[in-house]
Ligand binder design. Sequence first.
Ligand code: 3PG
Length: 212
Amino acid sequence: MTIIEDYLRTVPIVPLIEADDPLVAVKTAHALAAGGLNVVEVVLRTDAAIDCMAAIVADVPDIVAGAGTVLTVDQASDVISRGAQFVVSPGLVDDVARYCMDQGVPIFAGTMTAGEVQRAYALGLRTVKFFPAKLAGGVRMLKALSSVFRDMQFMPTGGVSADNLHEFLALPAVVACGGSWLTPKDAIAAEDFESITTLAREAVEIAQKIRT
Ligand code: 3PG
């Protein structure tokens, strides 16, 4: 079992961090860890995103940090060389998936249709992201997909929130839920890290009710 699988078994939630300042990213990661969340996905949507992820890897040892919104093999190579412990991409690109697998780094490639899940399966992936989870049919679609792909695990992301987290986590095929609801942009802008810790705690409580 990889480190991330181990962590997600305990707390099946992956908060997103979008930051353009490594110091803020590190504080956000500390705030999430204080609330009981120890896996973070730093999305490559700012110029400083890779520096932010690397700062978390270096400065927040109790956190497993990966990179999200990874679109190309070059980006995958960059983030892995800077310490990414897992890679997330919005869609499924065979070369990116193969590269990460060759490097021994878990990859959560985005899927939305049976065809995409089947392609991921053929590539050897047994865990995929389901994105955008709410718009793509939510829990009902996941139930349909997981009834066919019986040994595939899913990480729904996109439209997951404290309101529907319990519905997704109730599905055995859901390895974890990801999302940005735990790191609201206004809280980060105001450096209101306490509210991020509170959101993390709430999510952990929801997960514990469902999974224990
Ligand atoms: C992602 O990159 O997975 C999505 O942007 C997350 O979607 P959310 O903002 O609705 O959580």
